[in-house]
Ligand binder design. Structure first.
Ligand SMILES: [Zn+2]
Length: 380
C-alpha cells in the first residue's frame, strides 16, 4: 500500500535511463532533500524498476547515526570506489519504504518541521491530531534501526506528551481536549476523532517498538472510544481503528475494561461508608445517623443517576467532574469538614484507578510505580 508520500513522489516526473540489462529504470529525485553540495545518494525502491533518490551529506548522516558513521568511517575509500554511482556520487540503497526514509531524512535536516502535534500548547487548530501517530511511525522505526538516539528520544517525547504517565498531565490535556471538542461541536462537526490522538494505532506502535509506558493510558482511551459502539451523529463520537489490534491487544482491552469498571463501581459504592468522621461540624445525636450523611446520600444519589452505559466509559473523567463540583454541595446539608473528606475520597479513587491501569490491562512489565507522582500537584 502506498502512503501519501509515495504518491507525492510518484507524481513527480522521473528521470529515465536504461540499466546494463536494458531495462528502463525510473528515478524520482526528492524535491526537498536534494542538496547541490551533497556527497552521497540515498536510494530507496519505490516499486519495480522505480527508485527515489536523495542527495544528502555523509557528514550529516554520520554525525547523527552510528550505523552510517560505521559505514563511512574507515573503509570509506573502498565504499566510494566500489559503490554504484548516480551523478558521479556513491549510492547507498536502503531497504526501507520511501515514505519512511523521506520522513526520517526530513527529521534529520528539518527537525522543527517534524513535530506538528503539540497537545499542550495553544492555539488548538482544527484537526490538530490528524495524522497522529502515523506521521511518526517511520521516523521512530528508522531512528531505532539506524541508531539516531536523539531522534528516537524526540519521537518518544512526542508520544509521551500525547499519552502522559501522570494523572495531573492527563487532566490538563483533557481540559484542553474538551475545549477543542466544544469548538468542533459548535461547528456541527460531530466526528471528534481528530480532537484526540488515535489510540489503537498508538497501541500497535508502542507494542512493536517496546514503548510500554504509554500503553496504560492508550488502552484506557481506547476503552472510552470503544464503549460507544454506534456513533451518535448528534452528540459527538470518535472512531478508532481496531483492525490494527492483535487478538492479544483485544484481550487486554476487554479484560482491562471489566477490571476498570469493577474497581470504579466499588469505589463509588463505598463513598457513603466514609462518613461520619472526626472533622464533622455537626454534633452527632446518639443513636441517629449524622445529618451530613443524609445530605451526602441525597447529593450522591443525584450524581449516580447518570452512571449508566457510556457515561461510565470514562470513570477517571467522570470522577474529575465530581471532584470539581464537591465545593457546590450546600453546607447546610453536608458540612465543610465532611465535604473535604468526600472530595479527598473521590480524588483517591481516581488516583487508584489511574495507578492501577497497568494491572487492569495486563501490563505487568511496567515498573510498579507507573503513574505515581513523586510530588503532589494541586489541580482543582
Ligand atoms: Zn459533617
Amino acid at each position: 500500500m502506498s502512503s501519501p508520500t509515495d504518491s507525492f513522489l510518484s507524481s513527480k516526473r522521473p528521470r529515465i535511463h536504461k540499466s546494463t540489462s536494458g531495462d528502463e529504470i525510473k528515478t524520482y529525485e526528492s524535491p526537498d532533500l536534494w542538496f547541490e553540495d551533497g556527497n552521497i545518494i540515498i536510494r530507496t525502491v519505490l516499486h519495480d524498476k522505480a527508485y527515489t533518490v536523495y542527495k544528502v551529506h555523509k557528514s550529516i548522516l554520520a554525525s547523527h547515526s552510528s550505523v552510517f558513521l560505521d559505514l563511512f568511517d574507515g573503509p570509506q575509500a573502498a565504499f566510494d570506489t566500489a559503490s554504484e554511482r548516480y551523478e558521479g556520487l556513491p549510492v547507498i540503497g536502503l531497504p526501507d519504504p520511501p515514505s519512511d526514509v523521506n520522513d526520517f531524512l526530513k527529521a534529520l535536516y528539518f527537525p522543527e518541521e517534524t513535530h506538528c502535534h503539540r497537545p499542550i500548547s495553544f492555539p488548538f487548530l482544527e484537526g490538530i491530531w490528524k495524522g497522529f501517530p502515523y506521521k511518526y511511525l517511520g521516523i521512530l522505526h528508522l531512528a531505532m534501526k539506524y541508531d539516531v538516539a536523539h531522534l528516537r528520544e524526540y519521537m518518544l517525547g512526542i508520544l509521551r506528551d500525547a499519552w502522559p504517565q501522570y494523572l495531573f498531565d492527563w487532566d490538563y490535556l483533557q481540559k484542553h481536549t474538551e475545549d477543542l471538542e466544544r469548538a468542533y461541536l459548535r461547528r456541527e462537526c460531530f466526528d471528534l476523532s481528530f480532537a484526540h490522538p488515535e489510540p489503537a494505532r498508538t497501541i500497535r506502535l508502542a507494542m512493536d517498538h517496546n514503548v510500554l509506558d504509554i500503553l496504560p493510558i492508550a488502552f484506557y482511551d481506547l476503552v472510552r472510544v470503544h464503549e460507544v459502539i454506534a456513533p451518535n451523529p448528534h452528540e459527538g463520537f470518535r472512531r478508532a481503528d481496531l483492525s490494527v489490534l492483535t487478538a492479544d491487544d483485544l484481550r487486554r482491552l476487554t479484560q482491562g475494561r471489566g477490571a476498570l469498571r469493577g474497581k470504579f463501581l466499588e469505589g463509588i459504592n463505598n463513598l457513603l461508608i466514609v462518613l461520619p468522621h472526626d472533622d464533622c461540624k455537626w454534633v452527632p445525636v446518639p443513636g441517629k445517623s449524622s445529618p451530613c450523611h443524609a445530605g451526602l446520600r441525597k447529593w450522591w444519589d443525584a450524581q449516580l443517576g447518570a452512571v449508566s452505559g457510556p457515561s461510565v466509559a470514562d470513570p477517571i473523567g467522570w470522577l474529575r467532574e465530581k471532584v470539581g463540583i464537591c465545593d457546590d454541595i450546600p453546607h447546610d446539608e453536608v458540612c465543610s469538614g465532611c465535604t473535604r473528606v468526600v472530595k479527598k475520597y473521590l480524588q483517591t479513587v481516581r488516583e487508584d484507578l489511574w495507578t492501577s491501569l497497568p494491572e487492569f490491562f495486563g501490563l505487568g512489565l511496567l515498573p510498579s510505580n507507573w503513574g505515581q507522582e513523586t510530588e503532589p500537584k494541586l489541580w482543582f
